[in-house]
Structure formats: C-alpha cells, structure tokens
Design a protein around this ligand. Structure first.
Ligand SMILES: C[S@@+](CC[C@H](N)C(=O)[O-])C[C@H]1O[C@@H](n2cnc3c(N)ncnc32)[C@H](O)[C@@H]1O
Length: 240
C-alpha cells in the first residue's frame, strides 16, 4: 500500500489546489477550523505550533511574516515570544476569524496571495508558514516568494503535515477513514474534508521538501519530525 502513495507530485496545475477551490474549502470550514484542528491532531497541534514558534524566535531581530495566517494560532504562539507579525491570507473569512483572537497582540492582518506577496523584497527577518504550503497551487513559487521577502541572513520556518516514512499504512488509514469521519462529526463538512488526505498524500515528504527549499535558494535547511513523523518543522536561512 505504501509504495502506491505519491510523495511530492505537486503540480502548478494540480486542480485540487486551484485557488478558488482552496478558498472555498477554508470558507466552508472556518467556523469550526480551530476545533477540528484540535480533534484531528488529537490535541497535539498547539504543541507543534509551539515547536515552530521556538524556531521563529531564533531568527534575527525584526518583523515576522506569517504566510497563510488562517485563524492566527501560529501567529499567536510567535507573538508570545515578543515578535511583531504580519499575517497574510487570501481567504477573507479566515482573516475575519483571526481578527478578534489577535486584537490584543502585535499581529497585523493583510489580505494577499502567497504566490505574489504584497510585500517588498528583503523586508522580513523571518517568514513562516503553518500548514499552508500544502495548500498552495504552486509550492516552488511560494518558496521563492518567501525567499524574496526575507532579508539576507533571515530565516524561513515551515510547519507542515508530511507523508511519514514509517507506519504509512496506519497514516493512510487515518487520513482516508478517520479524517473525513471526524470532519463530518466535528467540522460539519464531509466533502470538504475529503480534500485533506489528498493534500497530504500529494505533498513532498520531509526530505523532498528540503530539496524543494534548496532549489528555491534556501541554505542550511534542516528539519525535525513530530507527531510520529506525520508533521515536520523545516528551518532554513537566506544566504547573505
Ligand atoms: C491549514 S490553514 C493554516 C492556518 C494557520 N497558519 C494555522 O497554523 O492554523 C491554511 C491557510 O493558508 C491559506 N492559503 C492557502 N493558499 C494560499 C495562498 N495562495 N495565499 C494566501 N493564503 C493561502 C488558506 O486560506 C488558509 O487560511
């Protein structure tokens, strides 16, 4: 079973990641997004965000850009480490859900596309993406955009689901059966949650993502896996 799972067949023309479809997916689940994250990750997602936030906190001083900020949970974790963040997302309902959550912290929210960031070159000390790279229509372009807006010496941190190396059959079963059922029970959008397993299975594995990041120009790419290998935190530097 595991050998039949694609790992990284992400294509710029992948219809499952058409921007209108992705926006529609997140619009349909926005009210239950945070709750379903807790349920589907068995309560572990907040800890994963803390691990990614620790890596962002290790970047040189300066502003942090959160690409695909969504409802703001990763931005909140980073703001607790004393950083000012600008969160970009192309789904307005997700930004509206984030607004009250970040009202009292240093997080600004901007509508914009990860594939054409509304941000000058080399303007951020760090760029981060929490579970958003998997959803963009063109991964390589998103990695190049993140590179463009990061200052030389700055850092990129990705927190993302990835096909694990071990227990792939169990992971596959969880995605194919448990995720849509949990989505139906707690998220109220069973058809929308059929997209999730597809998005994970067609995303590069952790090593594959290293190669894609290096191809975009990132240096010193390293990663560690969490959640029994189903989640990876990648960290990279923009060279001087
Ligand atoms: C799974 S959510 C992650 C939200 C948040 N970062 C978190 O940690 O919970 C993915 C987010 O990426 C956004 N997104 C997907 N493609 C995008 C794009 N091309 N430009 C901007 N945002 C995008 C979606 O609208 C969604 O809010």
């Amino acid at each position: 079973m595991s050998s039949s799972l694609p790992t990284g067949g992400l294509s710029p023309r992948d219809p499952s990641r058409a921007p209108s479809r992705i926006r529609g997916f997140f619009t349909s689940i926005v009210r239950r997004y945070d709750r379903i994250n807790r349920v589907m990750s068995l309560g572990m997602d907040l800890g994963w965000r803390e691990a990614a936030a620790d890596e962002v906190a290790g970047a040189p001083p300066g502003l942090v850009l959160d690409v695909g900020v969504g409802t703001g949970d990763l931005a909140l974790a980073v703001s607790r480490r004393g950083r000012c963040i600008v969160g970009v997302d192309f789904c307005r309902p997700m930004l509206q859900a984030a607004r009250p959550k970040v009202a009292d912290v240093s997080v600004a929210l901007v509508e914009g596309d990860a594939l054409a960031l509304p941000v000058p070159d080399a303007s951020y000390a760090a760029v981060m993406a929490g579970f958003s790279l998997r959803n963009v229509a063109d991964l390589d372009r998103a990695l190049c955009e993140a590179y463009r807006v990061t200052r030389p010496g700055g850092r990129f941190v990705s927190l993302e689901m990835c096909p694990p190396r071990r227990w792939r059959w169990a992971h596959w079963l969880y995605q194919q059966v448990a995720m849509p059922v949990l989505g139906a029970c707690f998220g109220g959008a069973v058809s929308a949650y059929r997209y999730l397993p597809v998005s994970i299975q067609t995303f590069p594995d952790a090593e594959g993502l290293v190669q894609r990041m290096e191809a975009a120009g990132w240096w010193q790419v390293r990663y560690r896996t969490l959640g029994l290998g189903a989640v990876a935190v990648h960290v990279a530097t923009r060279p001087h």
